[in-house]
Design a protein around this ligand. Structure first.
Ligand SMILES: NC(=O)c1ccc[n+]([C@@H]2O[C@H](COP(=O)([O-])OP(=O)(O)OC[C@H]3O[C@@H](n4cnc5c(N)ncnc54)[C@H](OP(=O)(O)O)[C@@H]3O)[C@@H](O)[C@H]2O)c1
Length: 491
């Protein structure tokens, strides 16, 4: 068990404290850090929302959330009680400039680290920050946390960033992309920059292409209202997938200093070749799930899941071929793919190496597979290096693909903290390395926005795919046209 270093005592105000994110992710993450002694016992969590609740009501909701979202073996009732005693509830319409903030202001200690966590819809980020500013609640030791999505296009992202920036400095602003808090994602930095073998094999000379897949089995669930205005490109590609791509494609940063890492990620986003309108049909595929079966259970299609409109042109699946125009990545395509109602829940990055230049082995010795480094974010975070090895035994020289396989949880024999646990502690520590800087968010929108515009200008609807399949067949054609295959189809 690694040594746990406690963070400073803090006051954390969570706006949107009755919402899904707070109850499902933030409170359980804070509970774990509290249980493990990383959060000092006198820290406070101030829950704010408009609903009329007492401290006791909120404590009851929080306890129920812990029962639902903390593993049973990890939930200690005595610790949960102590944790709940650190919670207070404030009823507040935080976007209303006329609201009375005195109840909240009263609870804050000026000597402590102060965190304002905006777990509300993004259109409230500007108004809430304005109110925090006019009520005089920003101290030198304050931070504000913004959830994705930051806007729905470049202009709205800039507007949010401007409004927040009028109250908080960039160094106080923590834009969360929880993928960056995942253990494997940080291991990417270790893999590339703490091992001398990989970085030398991390370029167009040896890498054939890269695939990034973020596949979900779920549909839109309770979030249809949000999702139907967002779609897969905004919800997944603009943030999570492009961030993963940045970590794969970036040059070695000068140091681990937050701005040095973020400078390198920004260069990748700026090096992305814009997809031109005439290329939309060949370099992008958008799909929408129809009825089908996932994990052997019949499920309805997207429009039926929305429970409202009779039709929708929102994409629940995207596949793209992207190109990073740098010396390192010349002619190495990045195939990006995400979707809902796919056959398996999996997030993984595949680095596929080039085929052998020449083989001394007879063709019948093996079913050749190229070397692949597979970095798995979920489930079972880990890494696998697929390589050819000789079949054991004296029966002639036969070769088969085998894997060097590291599953982190098994290897280290410990529970892996959820991404939010690490990110919340980094916020209190004031370490922004794993958070997106304003220019990164805007550069990502600048690349994505023309795709949204080009799709909006086309008469065709997203291609329907049966729930439980790997998306429209056009997504298979997108990669097979180049003589390549998605990992699940590759032998
Ligand atoms: N849920 C997720 O898994 C997830 C994942 C990634 C990002 N996010 C992002 O996180 C944010 C929150 O998502 P969510 O799913 O938790 O949303 P949600 O379930 O709709 O919760 C929204 C929360 O905001 C509160 N609220 C609304 N207006 C308010 C106001 N004027 N003043 C104070 N509180 C107000 C609501 O409570 P009252 O109605 O009581 O005021 C509720 O607690 C969104 O930006 C979302 O995109 C969510």
């Amino acid at each position: 068990m690694p040594k746990i270093i406690p963070v400073s005592t803090f006051d954390c105000v969570v706006f949107g404290a009755t919402g899904d994110l707070t109850l499902r992710k933030l409170l359980p993450a804070l509970y774990y850090r509290f249980r493990d002694g990383q959060i000092p016992g006198d820290s406070r969590i101030i829950a704010a929302a408009r609903s009329a609740l007492s401290d006791d009501d909120y404590c009851e909701r929080a306890t129920q959330a812990l029962h639902e979202h903390v593993a049973r073996e990890d939930l200690d009732p005595e610790v949960a009680n102590r944790f709940c005693s650190r919670l207070s509830y404030v009823r507040l319409d935080a976007a209303d400039p006329k609201a009375d903030w005195s109840g909240l202001a009263h609870l804050l200690d000026p000597a402590r680290v102060r965190v304002f966590y905006l777990a509300t819809s993004p259109d409230l980020y500007g108004p809430i920050c304005r109110n925090i500013g006019t009520k005089g609640l920003v101290t030198d030791n304050s931070r504000v946390v913004l959830e994705k999505p930051i806007g729905h296009d470049l202009a709205s992202a800039r507007e949010i960033n401007d409004s927040v920036g009028r109250v908080f400095d960039e160094a106080q602003t923590f834009r969360i992309d929880h993928y960056l808090g995942k253990e494997t994602v940080q291991n990417l930095l270790a893999l590339r920059f703490a091992n001398s073998i990989f970085e030398r094999l991390w370029n167009a000379d040896v890498i054939d292409h890269v695939q990034i897949t973020v596949a979900e089995t779920v549909g839109v669930e309770q979030r249809g209202g949000y999702y139907d205005h967002a779609g897969a490109l905004r919800d997944m590609v603009q943030n999570h997938i492009l961030q993963l791509m940045c970590l794969i494609a970036m040059e070695p940063p000068l140091s681990l200093d937050a701005d040095r890492v973020r400078d390198e990620k920004l260069k990748v986003l700026r090096a992305l070749r814009p997809i031109e309108p005439h290329e939309i049909g060949t370099l992008t595929v958008r799909g929408q799930y129809g009825p089908g079966a996932v994990e052997s259970q019949p499920v309805p299609g997207y429009v039926a899941d929305l429970d409202g409109p009779e039709s929708s042109a929102t994409e629940t699946f995207v596949a793209l071929k992207a190109e990073v125009r740098t010396w390192r990545w010349a002619n190495v395509p990045f195939y990006l793919r995400t979707g809902k109602r796919l056959p398996r829940k999996v997030s993984e990055i595949v680095i596929q190496y080039r085929a052998l230049p020449f083989s001394i082995f007879p063709a019948e010795a093996a079913e050749w597979q190229p070397n692949r480094l597979i970095i798995r974010l979920q489930p079972e975070e880990g890494m696998r290096l697929a390589m050819m090895t000789k079949d054991p035994g004296p029966g002639g020289l036969r070769l088969s693909p085998t894997a060097l396989d590291i599953r982190f949880e098994k290897t280290f024999g410990m529970r892996f903290p959820d991404a939010y646990e690490r990110l919340l502690m980094d916020i209190v520590r004031g370490n922004p390395t794993l958070f997106m800087r304003r220019d990164e968010v805007e550069a990502a929108w600048a690349w994505v926005e023309p795709l949204l515009q080009a799709w909006a200008g086309r008469p065709d609807h997203p291609r329907l795919y049966p729930a439980g399949s790997w998306g429209p067949t056009a997504a298979i054609a997108l990669i097979e046209r180049d003589g390549r295959t998605w990992l699940e189809d590759a032998g």
